[in-house]
Design a protein around this ligand. Structure first.
Ligand code: ACO
Length: 307
């Protein structure tokens, strides 16, 4: 069975929920998809914080729509994870208890309106680079969820870049605000791609099973190469004084990433980890009546159909 599974992966077949799969493949997908789903949901918090302070109705509408989209992304991925035999409740309990991971990026504070621009441009931009590849992942429900998610992420990236472009073309104070946001979000955005391949315990297996199509470093490099010209097009400076372009490959080679900071953040000691978990726990408790009402309605509906 294992050999047939490996042969299917090698042929580029898509694995579906009822197909046989090694327990390790299932576990790896649950780990990665749960981390991803939680990231979408926790990712609503830093931007949700600015909905009431958006500078115009147009900005408010698009930010509201974007934050709502992230909830939808979380939902698709939780549903995808359920096809592997793990319930959404179980995953959410792990998130609320602080035992599950979610993306490091969402543990940084959003201090100014320009952060809404930087998040859309950089964070959603990084997510697109990573998730366009995952849309070809070997597990069908995950890959299919990524197709829709990437389409929406494109809109998110554009609204973020437009905010940055507008601020950069504005008053000196607005330009400074945009540059400050880039300065604070640049390095955490590079960390989103995960540790360097040589320090990534899961990459080799995920690449072999074609869940990942590319390693963390290659995707990070792709993101940097795309983003550097976008920054200069709107007059912003990447906050990396030693970054250089490789003449042969054209790659923009960044200075060293502070992996100590990354490890602090993913082990719960980032600037906002405690605040994010407290906010999720509060929202979950306050939403109890909605879950109860939905369950009562479903039971009534079920009873009626059965009768
Ligand atoms: N934030 C938090 N944890 C991270 C991050 C990060 N940026 N990068 C790596 N990690 C964790 C991994 O989850 C893993 O821990 P675990 O074994 O306890 O789960 C550990 O660090 C080692 O990393 P890797 O071996 O490289 O892990 P993996 O092969 O899963 O690669 C990656 C990490 C690239 C993030 C991968 O899981 C992935 O592509 N996930 C799907 C995309 C995703 O999660 N996106 C969230 C971004 S935000 C958004 O979508 C809105």
């Amino acid at each position: 069975m294992e050999a047939e599974f490996e042969a299917r992966i090698a042929r580029g077949d898509t694995i579906e929920p009822k197909d046989w799969m090694p327990e390790r493949y299932r576990k790896q997908l649950i780990r990665m998809m749960s981390q991803h789903a939680h990231s979408e949901v926790v990712g609503m918090l830093p931007e949700g914080n600015w909905i009431t302070r958006a500078p115009s109705l147009r900005r408010k509408l698009s930010l509201l729509a974007k934050v709502q989209d992230e909830a939808g992304h979380g939902l698709y991925i939780y549903c995808g994870t359920e096809t592997l035999g793990t319930s959404r409740e179980e995953l959410i309990d792990q998130l609320l208890a602080g035992t599950a991971k979610y993306s490091s990026i969402f543990n940084y504070p959003t201090l100014t309106w320009a952060d809404m621009g930087a998040i859309g441009w950089l964070v959603d931009g990084a997510a697109i680079v990573n998730q366009t590849m995952l849309a070809k992942a070997s597990y069908g429900p995950y890959a299919r969820a990524m197709i829709r998610i990437c389409k929406e992420e494109n809109f998110h990236k554009r609204q973020g870049y437009e905010i940055m472009a507008t601020l950069s073309a504005g008053t000196p104070a607005q330009q400074e605000m945009a540059q400050d946001a880039l300065n604070r979000w640049w390095w955490p955005s590079l960390m989103m791609f995960g540790p360097s391949d040589k320090d990534s315990p899961n990459s080799a297996e995920l690449l072999r099973w074609k869940v990942k199509q590319k390693g963390n470093d290659e995707l990070r490099q792709r993101f940097i190469n795309l983003t550097v010209p976008q920054a200069s097009a709107i007059g912003l400076t990447i906050p990396d004084p030693v970054m250089k372009q490789d003449e042969k490959t054209g790659d923009w080679i960044p200075g060293p990433i502070d992996w100590d900071e990354f490890h602090q953040v993913i082990t719960g000691n980032g600037p906002c980890n405690k605040e994010r978990l407290a906010a999720r726990n509060q929202a979950h408790a306050e939403g109890a009546w909605v879950r109860e009402a939905a369950a009562a309605y479903a039971a009534k509906h079920h009873q009626r159909t059965a009768a």
